[in-house]
Design a protein around this ligand. Structure first.
Ligand SMILES: NC(=O)c1ccc[n+]([C@@H]2O[C@H](COP(=O)([O-])OP(=O)(O)OC[C@H]3O[C@@H](n4cnc5c(N)ncnc54)[C@H](OP(=O)(O)O)[C@@H]3O)[C@@H](O)[C@H]2O)c1
Length: 308
């Protein structure tokens, strides 16, 4: 037997159950991963909470839970040559990751690629990368940052934001980043000048960056994009993950749009000591409901990681 977080119905954290399930095995074209860590994303509980949201990802009934994982290949199916037993891997397997074992097709459809975890990148960090890392690559590449830029990043302290801020700094841009005041020191340590989100944002940013803002990345609603427009940023230099209602002319994007090789840029930066992925908290699988409650409250700094 093996354990997995499963849900029979759609709903809040209360529908998530840790169950003993028959141990899955790798069939032809598949590998089995012994999961060491799973990175929690808002999408995970959004899918669990809403049949409409889940259907957008092809999930129509009961399912497992979680998407991003890191672990060790412990079974290799016929025909698989890219991985061997004992390989450390990380990647995304939608609605399945919070489990002792996950079976993944190889290759897993883009952008949820299973890939080798570089030596020197630990499992918690690797599990925190697939969705947030690809999303950060997408939003940064959409605006094409250079050392001449001062970029305003909204929602900068979350799982996507912490990587986005550091990629922007690595591109040479100056960063003004929004958060609540209690988060300011956290953002300063990532290399950003913090600004409080909420009404009056454009005025606060104007005084923090008197030479002007040249690009913007909005990771929380549309407030940052609106402030950037008010500050004269061209819409084409504003990227956003506000998929349902992006402002006209701005660049709506997401993990789906990222070059899969982008994760290599992030792991290279980690190995060079130039980028870190803060882990806000680690929860054992048995406490998955507590982890989801904390994530859904919307004030995590960095990532929540689930361990066996
Ligand atoms: N389209 C895609 O492919 C894609 C992929 C990944 C994520 N997303 C979306 O991107 C967003 C960010 O994801 P995430 O994983 O980074 O989320 P997250 O980790 O849950 O973000 C938490 C952060 O949001 C900040 N925050 C809360 N209220 C805010 C506000 N009113 N204005 C600005 N920041 C605020 C918090 O800062 P304080 O604690 O200081 O309040 C906290 O650090 C989510 O909406 C997610 O669904 C989209």
């Amino acid at each position: 037997m093996s354990r997995a977080v499963v849900r029979e119905a759609f709903g809040g954290p209360e529908v998530l159950q840790v169950r003993h399930v028959p141990e899955p095995h790798a069939g032809p074209g598949e590998v089995r991963v012994a999961v060491r860590a799973a990175g929690l994303n808002p999408l995970d509980w959004q899918i669990a909470a809403s049949a409409r949201h889940a259907a957008m990802f092809g999930i129509t009934g009961p399912s497992g839970f979680g998407g991003d994982l890191a672990g060790v290949v412990d079974e290799v199916g016929d025909g698989v040559t890219a991985f061997t037993e004992g390989d450390r891997v990380y990647g995304g397997v939608l609605a399945a990751a919070v489990a002792d074992h996950v079976v993944a097709r190889v290759p897993v459809p883009t952008p949820n690629l299973l890939r080798h975890t570089p030596d020197g990148v630990d499992d918690a960090t690797a599990a925190a990368l697939p969705t947030p890392g690809l999303t950060a690559i997408a939003v940064v590449d959409a605006v094409g940052l250079t050392p001449r830029d001062t970029v305003l990043i909204g929602g900068a302290a979350g799982g996507v934001g912490v990587i986005t801020v550091q990629l922007a700094r690595l591109a040479g841009a100056a960063v003004v980043a929004t958060a609540s005041p209690g988060t300011f020191d956290f953002l300063r340590r990532l290399g950003a000048t913090p600004a409080a989100y909420g009404p009056g944002l454009a005025d606060r940013v104007r005084s923090l960056a008197p030479a002007g803002i040249t690009a913007a990345i909005d990771l929380h609603g549309t407030e940052t994009a609106e402030a950037a427009l008010a500050l004269g940023v061209p819409p084409g230099r504003i990227s956003t993950v506000a998929a349902g209602h992006p402002l006209p002319g701005t660049r709506a994007t997401g993990a789906f749009a990222a070059a899969p090789e982008g994760l290599g840029r992030i792991t290279d930066a980690i190995l060079a000591g130039a980028l870190t992925v803060p882990v806000a908290a680690t929860y054992p699988m048995d406490r998955i409901r507590d982890a989801v409650v904390r994530q859904a409250a919307g004030h995590v700094h960095g990532k929540i990681v689930i361990t066996p």
